[in-house]
Design a protein around this ligand. Structure first.
Ligand code: PLP
Length: 393
């Protein structure tokens, strides 16, 4: 099938929920993807931050193939070797204090579970979340998500959610009460515009939660597994969340999520929550291989170094392009806020062989695979400079 055939067929039966670029991606390798007509693109969208170890990493491919031939499914009523190993690995690489793991299939499921666990563990019902925060689309996670466009069609949502400005301590002080089960925050707000959290603020929220008997949920669905230059972004600030939500890059492209919990959550009551697919051996084997790649190739450190190169280059573009308002980021998670909508710039980049994302209406977001080369970062910067500095849009 060529691109035109695929677009026509997919459009005929799509739910209609997604607005798509007219590109049909059929193959990937490292930081590159190819469309059905054989055209190559440097993938700085990284599958929305999923492809941290790169596309079709041979070690991940092999682990998936071997496990698929051995055992793909194992109900949670039985033990499994891959699940046992993965849970131990996650606890080993996670911020200190996290001891237990609930495995699921997506980011929104991880958030959904964390919210339920917080109510179970505290007996309280309230939650505090941040303006511009994004936590997913299922009902609970959506209730913690700020963007009106996502929320409004589905109201009424869950009661008990308060929203406060991100990176401001005082409103948070007022919002967390003795009815608050948990505060939920991202370390770097992704979907909300690539807004890095301030370390003092985040540590202050954690301390406030401890004082008020509330739990601290950190959503690292987008920032986890090396993206920001540390295995988890929490490490930049010495955070010790009570619940840590992860997903996206976790299983090298297979759907998987998890909630890690600490001592203030403890073991949860039997049968209080569950999932059929969560922790299936196939996804677990893929995640184990992904974690091995992250460590063997030192990808968090690579993300830190290449992220500096990327941010420095983006700042140079900002100096030359009046339509750029601000450059923000941490590691290989970068945002360029424009004074104009992001759409035309994204289309102009795609026409030059570079895929990127938006974050909100006017922020360009770059989440390249962490295996990207220096020369490929430079290629991105060159193309972006053409688009933003030389009047292509
Ligand atoms: C993507 C994302 C989610 C939702 O993950 P899905 O797998 O799309 O459900 C939740 N939180 C954050 C911070 C995200 O970036």
């Amino acid at each position: 099938m060529n691109t035109a055939d695929i677009v026509a067929l997919e459009d005929r039966h799509t739910s209609g929920l997604y607005s798509r670029q007219p590109m049909a991606l059929v193959r990937g390798s490292g930081a590159w993807v190819w469309d059905a007509d054989g055209r190559a693109y440097l993938d700085c969208a990284g599958g929305h931050g999923v492809a941290n170890v790169g596309h079709a990493h041979p070690a991940v491919v092999q682990a998936i193939a071997e496990q698929a031939g051995r055992l793909a499914t194992c109900p949670n009523g039985f033990y499994n070797d891959q699940r046992a190993l993965l849970q131990a690995e996650l606890v080993r690489i996670a911020p200190p204090g996290l001891e237990r793991v609930f495995l699921c299939n997506s980011g929104t499921e991880a958030v959904e579970a964390a919210l339920k666990f917080a109510r179970l563990a505290t007996g309280r019902t309230g939650f505090v979340a941040a303006m511009r925060g994004f936590h997913g689309r299922t009902w609970g996670a959506l209730s913690a998500t700020w963007n009106k466009a996502y929320r409004q069609p589905f109201e009424p949502l869950l009661p008990g959610f308060a929203f406060v400005p991100y990176n401001r301590a005082e409103p948070m002080e007022d919002a967390v009460t003795d009815e608050t089960a948990a505060v939920i925050l991202e370390v770097v707000q992704g979907e909300g515009g690539v807004i890095p959290g301030d370390g003092d603020y985040l540590r202050g929220v954690q301390a406030l939660c401890r004082r008020r008997g509330a739990l601290f949920i950190v959503d690292e669905v987008q920032t986890g597994f090396g993206r920001t230059g540390r295995t988890f972004a929490s490490e930049h600030h010495g955070l010790e969340p009570d619940l840590l939500c992860v997903a996206k890059a976790m299983a090298g492209g297979l759907p998987m999520g998890a909630v890690l919990t600490g001592g203030r959550v403890g073991p949860l009551p039997a049968r209080a929550h569950g999932t059929t697919f969560g922790g299936n051996p196939l996804a677990c084997a893929a995640a184990l291989a992904t974690i091995r790649c992250l460590e063997a190739e030192d990808l968090p450190r690579r993300a830190a170094a290449l992220g500096e190169r990327l941010l420095a280059g983006l700042r140079a573009i900002q100096d030359a392009a009046p339509k750029v308002r601000q450059v923000r980021g941490l590691g290989l998670m970068a945002g360029v806020e424009l004074k104009t909508p992001a759409g035309p710039a994204l289309a102009a980049l795609a026409a030059r062989g570079i895929l990127a994302l938006n974050a909100g209406t006017n922020v360009l977001r770059f989440l390249p695979p962490l295996v990207i080369q220096e020369s490929e970062i430079d290629l991105l910067l060159e193309r972006l400079s053409e688009v933003l500095c030389h009047g292509a849009v």
